[in-house]
Design a binder for this molecule. Structure first.
Ligand code: GDP
Ligand code: MG
Length: 669
């Protein structure tokens, strides 16, 4: 039977980094709070000990305020792991120890990993772990999860201490007696013996969740009530404050003995950098510069060069070679068509965009890991608050630029349920990475001179529509006040090569997997539907094929938007299955390689129609996997369907205006 330890700590304290180091997994590490919202399990084997390690979402306390706190707390209370590995951010030690104190009260075997010891050293902060251990009654091991420092020693102590419940420190002057009294009377209940201090603390705090879930005999309840009343009669504050104060007093004392800070604190690098980077005058120019740099590298000469190279290899070398091979082996014409035009054309059409995806994610990964993205969220907050939105929605929204599915899950970080739902509805407006091939294809074909600017404009439009939709929702179905912004700004950090490569690799792997599965199957289906008529005859002209008939049936819906062409309508529908399918569908339907596809598109679409098409792709309902996540997170089909309908109607309307106004403008000039 494996033993289980749970990694618990504040958000952004390095839990996932440590988890990845210990278990060799590749979970996403982000330099801001709120990245891990689900629990993940990994395994380690240390000198014959088999241990399961659970990575939990970051929490500040064991009070169930946010979804993550509930997940983490439920986990430790109901599944009682064999031990807790409490990770403490040494550069923020006071705040982190607040959680530690509550964990100690749980009475489970526990070890403290004092992380960021490398940063402490460079800031001239010295921490005496022996003294800290002595005060807390828990062993403290200084580590650097990022550099892998001292992890072996940590594991040694974890395996050793797994068998030992923590010793409760004699702490908390004043309130200690009250806690002890309640803990003592709780002995009459079925609660786990070692965890009684925790329940005593929570009952005295008046924690509604514990009060509801723990059944107390009348006599015990009586004692709890009188003790709580006696405690609060001491001061003007409520018990929660009194207890928190007592915990913080204890922590301060412990820190004073164990931590030596330099006389004159050096201005940290982060503080110095922030004077420039989020300076009132420089912030916007720096931001714009970085965005242009990122998009120009992705869609400008560098990205295009690699994309063209891959494209030439697929269409110029691979497909002709396969075609010749099939001819030589006497394969039938339709077999060759299915394999070359259907499968290779469709899958190859998408795969040629891999280099651009990788470059974009390289930049996004850098922006995130350095801590810059969190600053964008911070700067946006001021703007957002003016229209009544919570700046906290920006974390999930920024993640939405990668992929909508995890972004929707990240909305769990929000305490306010209305804000959470609203954020989920707005996240799909942030253009996800899978839409990139569509932009690159159209912008390259129709706006070769200014492709990056066209694409930037789409990203910006997505954000603006998100803000507008948020304002609209706030005025209607989600009326009420938003909670304040609590995203703390993480320090600037140099991204690690390992982390950056890992993010890029994950993205590439996702993309290729999708190309090899969903896109593969869809390309075959699309090819078949396009080559047979509804009466199952071979279609001489694809306009009369099953797909053609169907496409022409729905095309009128899109005619007012300028792209009433049946192939465009079909692509929009396949895009719902996976966004990448828009491009593969077009490649199959037009039956030409990407180079010539560009040419065909520029004759089939006017520039205004093409832009309206991209606007529709940007804003309409997200793909099926995101939709399923939204349904799950919103808790119902009706919500998810409502959100999808809202997005699609908005997409249609805005695209309509873009096309109509754009055409009018073009006529005038
Ligand atoms: P989590 O939110 O607790 O899971 O934290 P993460 O594992 O995502 O790490 C947050 C950030 O801290 C990342 O940018 C890590 O690279 C960085 N980090 C983690 N551990 C250390 C460490 O020991 N030293 C330094 N300097 N940075 C670290
Ligand atoms: Mg994490």
């Amino acid at each position: 039977m494996n033993q289980t330890i749970a990694i618990i700590g504040n958000p952004n304290s390095g839990k996932t980094t440590l988890f990845n180091r210990l278990t060799g997994s590749n979970q996403h590490v982000g330099n801001w709070p709120g990245v891990t919202v689900d629990r993940k399990t990994g395994h380690i084997c240390y000198h014959g000990h088999a241990i399961d390690v659970v990575d939990l979402p970051g929490i500040y306390s064991l009070s169930p305020f946010t979804q993550e706190e509930i997940i983490a707390r439920e986990y430790v209370l109901s599944e009682a792991p064999d031990g807790i590995l409490n990770i403490v951010d040494a550069t923020n030690i006071e705040r982190n120890l607040y959680l530690t104190m509550q964990l100690i009260a749980l009475g489970l075997p526990m070890v403290i990993a004092l992380n960021f010891i490398d940063d402490c050293r460079s800031q001239g902060v010295e921490i005496d772990c022996a003294v800290l251990s002595e005060t807390l009654g828990v062993r403290v091991i200084p580590i650097s999860a990022r550099k892998g420092e001292n992890l072996d020693a940590l594991l040694g102590i974890v395996t050793e201490d797994l068998r030992r419940p923590v010793r409760q420190p004699a702490y908390l002057h004043g309130v200690g007696a009250a806690i002890n009294r309640v803990a003592h009377t709780l002995e009459k209940t079925a609660l786990r013996r070692d965890s009684l201090p925790f329940y005593a603390l929570k009952l005295l705090e008046g924690d509604s969740h514990v009060r509801k879930t723990v059944a107390l005999p009348d006599a015990v309840r009586q004692t709890v009530e009188t003790t709580a009343a006696a405690l609060s009669s001491h001061g003007s504050e409520d018990n929660e404050m009194i207890l928190a104060d007592a915990l913080y007093d204890f922590i301060e004392e412990a820190v004073r003995h164990a931590v030596k800070r330099p006389e004159k604190p050096v201005l940290t690098l982060t503080e110095r950098l922030d004077r420039i980077i989020i300076n009132k005058w420089l912030a916007l120019p720096i931001f714009s510069f970085l965005m242009v740099l990122m998009f120009w590298s992705t869609f400008g000469p560098i990205g295009t060069f690699f994309a063209d190279l891959l494209e030439t290899m697929i269409h110029g070398m691979l497909i002709p070679a396969v075609e010749n091979g099939l001819h030589a082996s006497g394969a039938s014409g339709w077999m060759t068509g299915l394999l070359c035009d259907g499968v290779l054309g469709g899958v190859g059409g998408v795969v040629s965009f891999l280099p651009q995806i990788i470059i974009l994610f390289f930049f996004l990964s850098l922006l995130e890991d350095t801590g810059y993205l969190a600053r964008i969220a911070f700067m946006m907050d001021t703007l957002l608050r003016r229209i009544g939105l919570s700046g906290k929605s920006f974390v999930p929204m920024l993640m939405g630029f990668g992929c909508t599915t995890p972004a929707v899950m990240a909305a769990r970080t929000m305490e306010n349920e209305k804000d959470r739902r609203m954020t989920i509805m707005l996240t799909p407006f942030m253009s996800c990475g899978a839409k990139l091939p569509v932009y690159a294809l159209f912008a390259g074909a129709l706006f070769p001179q200014c492709a990056s600017f066209v694409i930037i404009s789409l990203y910006v439009l997505g954000i603006l529509v998100g803000i507008f939709a948020g304002w609209l929702l706030k005025k209607t179905i989600f009326r009420g006040v938003s909670s304040g912004f609590v995203l703390e700004l993480p320090p600037y950090r140099l991204p690690t090569v390992r982390g950056t490569l890992q993010n890029m690799w994950e993205k590439a792997k996702d993309f290729l997997t999708k190309a090899g599965t969903v896109i593969f199957v869809m390309s075959i289906v699309i090819w078949l539907l396009q080559n047979f008529t509804p009466s199952l005859q071979t279609a001489s002209d694809s306009a009369y094929s099953i797909l053609g008939v169907f496409g022409r049936f729905i095309a009128p819906v899109f005619a007012p938007l300028g792209f009433g062409e049946w192939r465009a309508s079909v692509s929009i529908l396949t895009g719902v299955i996976a966004m990448e399918a828009v491009v593969s569908t077009m490649s199959v339907l037009y039956g030409v390689d990407l180079g010539s596809l560009g040419g065909l598109l520029s004759s089939a679409f006017s520039p205004v129609a093409a832009y309206a098409f991209l606007v529709f792709i940007l804003l309409y309902m997200p793909c099926m996997s995101a939709f399923a996540t939204i349904r799950r997170e919103m808790g119902g089909w009706r919500w998810a369907a409502g959100a999808a309908a809202f997005q699609t109607v908005l997409a249609w309307t805005i695209s309509f205006f873009v096309y109509q106004c754009g055409s009018l403008l073009f006529q005038l000039i």
